[in-house]
Design a protein around this ligand. Structure first.
Ligand code: ADE
Length: 227
């Protein structure tokens, strides 16, 4: 079973997304074990302080190195980690290829920063994969951790049911966007499902899906300046 450890200063923010829908089901089916560690449990001074002012000045508070070091070193003493992932705006932009790679791991660790950031020595010492989810700034790494977990866990065999198969997803085999889907009613407020999908002609339907996929993929590349 894959194991994923997340270290966070705001662990409560992860409990609902980790205990809902397919990610919850994956844990119930023993396909993945997800363990959240509260950074504050590793602060030992009177006030359980985890943050402090940055050297050199500037606004905001930084997360102190000691609680991270203690928590990460404890985990490293217990098992080998294939990847120690640091969400950071300066990291490599996340994509499907990276989630495919992470999905082959036995043990993953995700170290989420919060507030202004984390003392850089934590990254220097432990990070194996620095990951950004795009050119924008979030308040913390928890949402990034959740995105990575969601994209990885759904690839573990036995997590999705056949009907939810990940195999022909958008982006699964390279940068391909899938054709749109429709369900009943065939006519909704005058908006009709494409005739071909109601025809029962499997060959024609397959051709239509391929054609739609091509159009959407070209549009996607164009609007994202990808060629
Ligand atoms: N932390 C704050 N913003 C982020 C981003 N865009 N990607 C990864 N980690 C982040």
């Amino acid at each position: 079973m894959m194991r994923i450890d997340i270290i966070s200063a705001v662990p409560d923010s992860l409990s609902s997304p980790l205990n809902t829908s397919i990610i919850k089901r994956a844990q119930d089916r023993n396909k993945v074990e997800i363990v959240v560690h509260n950074l504050r449990d590793y602060a030992h001074d009177k006030h359980k302080q985890i943050d402090d002012k940055p050297f050199g000045g500037g606004p905001g508070m930084l997360l102190k190195p000691e609680p991270f070091f203690e928590c990460i070193e404890k985990l490293l003493s217990e098992r080998r980690y294939d990847h120690i992932i640091f969400p950071t705006p300066g990291g490599k932009i996340y994509n499907q290829k990276m989630s495919n790679k992470f999905s082959l791991a036995e043990n993953l660790m995700i170290v989420a920063g919060h507030y202004k950031g984390v003392d850089d020595r934590v990254r220097q010492k432990f990070a194996t994969d620095e990951i950004s989810i795009g050119n924008f700034v979030l308040t913390g790494g928890e949402i990034v951790a959740m995105m990575i977990i969601d994209s990885v866990v759904r690839l573990i065999p036995g997590v999705l049911n056949d009907s939810e198969s990940a195999l022909n997803d958008s982006l699964m085999d390279g940068d391909i966007i899938e054709a749109p889907y429709y369900t009943r009613p065939a006519d909704f407020q005058g908006m009709k499902v494409p005739e071909i999908l109601l025809s029962g002609n499997e060959k024609k339907i397959k051709e239509w899906k391929e054609e739609q996929s091509k159009i959407l993929t070209e549009n996607w590349k164009k609007i994202n300046n990808m060629e």
